[in-house]
Design a protein around this ligand. Structure first.
Ligand code: GAP
Length: 517
């Protein structure tokens, strides 16, 4: 784990108005965060990129925005009332509560790190002739660690499948997993804990009913499947996309905005003919990975992780994992959900949720392939890979947020060189004309160098300086964030250069390979 980078990301996010702790003046609310003036812009740009890539770029995908409140039977039908649980365990000495699966996962990760240590040692020893794959396949100590990891995971998956909570506790004891706080192994039994938040609708006198805050946005799509299919005259295969809030009473809420109790998901349910689901599952795995890679971060930051322990609704599932400052963790899930959800809602509602396939001349309940990405996790992924500290040629330091330009909160900063001689008035004029197309910042406070640094740290791709020459010949200096290169251009070219640098449309162009897959 890169502790320094992670700490820097968190403090930078606050200092530059990206993310604040919720209810900070009341000492905060655990695992709930607010997006500040720059954060909301970056978040909206991520949403726009996802929405554009999914809905705008695909003729057969449409979007909806369903309510957070849904009929309580939704969650009985979907299986969330019975099965949306995490196994929790308490340490009696520290009084800390943990997810049993996370304790086991962290333990396995420690063993994995031992393998990495062996690899490092060997690569030092063998130098250039070192072959990592061969070493992993042949080294005895590594084989021992791998066997141990496999045995732990297999036992855990078996115990979870059988809901054998006693064996999960025994596994924790057998592996001598200690409480990170007290260092003791004085554990309670493992219990199941439902992650949904309940609330009441209506007054008690009227007979209030218990509702749940949705733990996933997907169910709003399933409940609207028929409405959208009929009114949109959608032909299978087709998708319904949605971006919205989801809520989970996470036992262990940690790692900043990685695991929150209120968060946002960007989900798409793709309805397909039964029997074709695995083909579409593979297809969406490829497409989603291509979307991530299109952002330009190093490809080594992504990997797939297939699930052994499947969620109650899934027949196959994989995660796109991202190399966060605290290691590879789930960023997006791709699931083959079969006809589980639609069939369940059909049964609980008594309404047919079928599709008439005119090519086959038959009715069926469609199968579903889902792509589900956490918007906040995507935000964290982008922020942590963009934050850089550079030493410049003159030995000075700069902090720069090298966000993909089309995602940057503010696209251009307009800076009058001095706060006099008519320069602010001219700079305001430039701001007014550019703000018709882009989010623009006007900044006249402090020396120009300081203002450049401030914009670098907030991720603004372009700075435009208005000086005395501008008044004479209508030219300005444009400075590029990443290279710090400066060019002199006529004002008439400013919009074109800005569009070229920051436009979302140009990014969609790069995505054509994504669409074609
Ligand atoms: N509809 C399927 C579903 O909800 P999931 O794997 O539980 O699947 C999908 O969640 C994505 O939502 C995850 O990959 C993650 O990015 C995000 N997510 C889940 N729980 C989260 C939490 N507590 N905080 C932030 N993001 C979360």
């Amino acid at each position: 784990m890169d502790t320094d980078l992670f700490k820097n990301v968190i403090s930078h996010a606050k200092e530059y108005g990206f993310i604040f702790q919720s209810s900070e003046i009341y000492d905060g609310l655990s695992a709930v965060y607010d997006y500040g003036q720059n954060g909301v812009l970056l978040k909206n740009n991520i949403k726009a990129y996802w929405w554009g890539a999914m809905v705008q770029m695909h003729e057969n995908i449409v979007g909806i925005d369903s309510a957070i409140f849904m009929h309580p039977n939704t969650w009985k039908a979907s299986g969330h009332v019975d099965a949306f649980n995490d196994p929790l365990i308490d340490n009696k000495d520290s009084k800390k509560r943990y997810r049993a699966d996370v304790l086991i996962e962290d333990h396995v990760e420690k063993i994995r790190q031992k393998i990495e240590k062996e690899v490092k040692k060997a690569s030092k020893r063998f130098g250039e002739s070192f072959d990592r794959e061969q070493f992993l396949a042949t080294n005895g100590r590594v084989a021992g660690y791998q066997e141990k990891m496999k045995a732990i995971i297999d036992r855990f998956v078996k115990a979870m499948d059988a809901e054998d909570l006693a064996d999960i506790k025994e596994l924790i004891e057998d592996e001598q997993i200690k409480c990170p706080v007290s260092g003791s192994m004085n554990w309670t039994d493992v219990r199941q804990f439902n992650l949904m938040f309940g609330t009441q609708m209506g007054s008690v006198a009227e007979g209030a009913s218990t509702l749940y805050l949705r733990p996933e946005t997907a169910q709003g799509i399933f409940l609207n499947y028929l409405n959208v299919q009929k009114t949109g005259r959608m032909k299978i295969p087709f998708g319904i996309a949605q971006i919205g809030k989801a809520f989970r009473n996470e036992i262990v809420a940690r790692q900043f905005i990685f695991r929150m109790r209120e968060f946002e998901q960007m989900e798409m349910q793709f309805f397909v003919r039964p029997g074709t689901e695995m083909e579409w599952y593979e297809n969406w795995k490829k497409k989603r990975l291509a979307w991530h890679k299109s952002l330009g971060f190093d490809e080594s930051n992504y990997r797939f992780h297939d699930h052994k322990k499947l969620a109650h609704y899934a027949a196959s599932a994989t995660d796109i994992e991202f190399n966060f400052p605290f290691g590879f963790k789930e960023l997006e899930g791709i699931h083959s959900r079969t006809d589980f959800d639609l069939k369940q809602h059909q049964e609980y509602s008594g309404k047919k949720l079928q599709y008439f396939d005119s090519e086959l001349g038959e009715n069926y309940v469609p199968y579903v392939v889902e792509t589900s990405i956490g918007l906040d996790r995507m935000f964290l992924a982008v922020l942590s890979k963009s934050l850089m500290h550079e030493t410049l040629e003159d030995g000075s330091q700069r902090t720069v947020l090298k966000l993909p330009a089309f995602l940057a909160p503010n696209k251009v900063a307009i800076l009058p060189l001095l706060k006099k001689d008519g320069l602010p008035e001219k700079a305001r004029e430039v701001t007014e004309s550019l703000k018709l197309d882009h989010i623009v910042q006007y900044d006249e406070k402090d020396a120009i160098g300081k203002r450049y640094r401030r914009q670098d740290a907030a991720g603004t791709p372009l700075c435009v300086t208005v000086d005395h020459k501008t008044l004479e010949d209508n030219t300005v200096t444009v400075r590029f964030r990443d290279t710090m290169e400066q060019i002199r251009i006529p004002l008439s070219k400013l919009t074109a250069i800005t569009n070229e640098t920051v436009s979302l449309n140009a990014q969609f162009g790069k995505l054509s390979s994504f669409i074609d897959i």
